[in-house]
Design a binder for this molecule. Structure first.
Ligand SMILES: C[S@@+](CC[C@H](N)C(=O)[O-])C[C@H]1O[C@@H](n2cnc3c(N)ncnc32)[C@H](O)[C@@H]1O
Length: 348
């Protein structure tokens, strides 16, 4: 009780109160978990309130945000999953959010204008894509300062590198197949990699099917690159698994920004299905944010963006559970800052 009392007194600006706390932990959690929860909540209250005070004193965001991101990572890392999940709403309701939500990236992610996490416009914000520069430009001065921190976080840098890796993988597939290449992008979003893809500009691609479940994203692709060899289509993982689309076969199939949302069982089923689309020599590439991401605590709280973070071993496990390794050359590797891990299979 003492810890909570201290917490309440100290944290009068946040919504972490005795009452809320007791209501939240009433239930099936054991005593050990309650003690862990109270201890972690105490640490969080100090961290969050310090950040709030610094924002109020108009300290530069660059002195507040990276420290906050790091502190949330540490609390998340030292808490059990059950305790962390109980802490998330307390963090989200803390008064420091008022400042953080001035950041267009944090605000978009938390508010989910398309109704789900990680939509392609959110990615455009962290890709620093021109389509969202007007939106970012409307942010307050503080919002822009915070954005400068969040958008340059290693996870966002890794996301931008992923886009380059996709474009390069497409170009390599074209080189390998000598043109007339056919490609399938699953959960394509806005297919921004197409904009930096040399072989598309050189008219060396025969067909690039870009499948996504979001009609808005498919509309953006149709507007921006439809009418070329790019064939945007509304489709889902479920539709793929149910064999609802007659797509033919491909030299390259890839999924970026999708596996991070898939439990292992579905991840395996999808890989098995997508591998069926590969011609001999064809490649499947999938990317996943890695368990070395250090902005996980910030993402799960102020961005309300939960991802399944995977290690290289996790990627290997998905591959090994999905295919007969005698029939595929497989590889797993990390991007430059190790925040994204890639899995690749090439049909022999
Ligand atoms: C994080 S974005 C990735 C966009 C793009 N691939 C990229 O890397 O920039 C995730 C995309 O997955 C799509 N998506 C999510 N669940 C899906 C599903 N079950 N089937 C098809 N697309 C899905 C979303 O509509 C969204 O466009």
């Amino acid at each position: 009780m003492t810890a909570v009392k201290t917490l309440t007194n100290m944290d009068e600006h946040s919504l972490i109160t005795n009452e809320l706390f007791n209501r939240h932990i009433d239930g099936d959690s054991g005593l050990a978990e309650d003690a862990e929860l109270r201890e972690a909540a105490g640490r969080l209250a100090i961290i969050l309130d310090l950040a709030r005070q610094n924002f109020e004193k108009e300290a530069p965001a660059a002195r507040i945000v990276p420290k906050l991101v790091d502190d949330l990572h540490r609390v998340r890392g030292s808490s059990s999953t059950a305790v962390w999940q109980k802490l998330v709403p307390f963090v989200q309701n803390h008064a420091v959010g008022k400042f953080l939500f001035e950041d267009p990236l944090t605000h978009w992610s938390f508010n989910k204008p398309r109704g789900y996490s990680g939509d392609a416009s959110l990615l455009d914000i962290y890709y620093k894509h021109s389509s969202m520069s007007g939106h970012v430009g409307e942010a307050s001065a503080l919002g822009k300062q915070i954005y400068d921190c969040t958008v340059n976080d290693p996870a966002c840098a890794a996301g931008r590198e992923r886009c380059e890796i996709l474009a390069r993988t497409v170009d390599e597939a074209v080189e390998r197949t000598g043109g007339a290449t056919e490609i399938l992008a699953v959960a394509a979003g806005h297919l921004r990699e197409a904009e930096i893809c040399k072989s598309l500009r050189a008219n060396q691609i025969k067909r690039w099917v870009a499948l996504d479940q979001d009609p808005v994203s498919v509309g953006v692709m149709t507007r921006d690159i439809g009418g070329s060899v790019v064939d945007p289509m509304i489709g889902s993982v479920l539709g793929l698994l149910k064999r609802s689309y007659d797509l033919g076969t491909f030299d390259l199939v890839y999924a970026s920004g999708l596996y991070d949302y898939l439990q292992q069982k579905i991840a395996v089923k999808l890989l098995q299905r997508l591998a069926e689309f590969l011609r001999p020599g064809g490649q499947f590439l999938f990317a996943n944010f890695s368990d070395e991401v250090t902005s996980d605590g910030y993402m799960e709280t102020f961005m309300d963006w939960q991802l399944i973070l995977r290690s290289a071993d996790d990627m290997w496990e998905i591959i090994n559970m999905s295919v007969d390794r005698n029939q595929f050359d497989c590889d797993v590797w990390y991007g430059a800052n190790r925040n994204i891990v890639y899995g690749s299979l090439r049909r022999k």
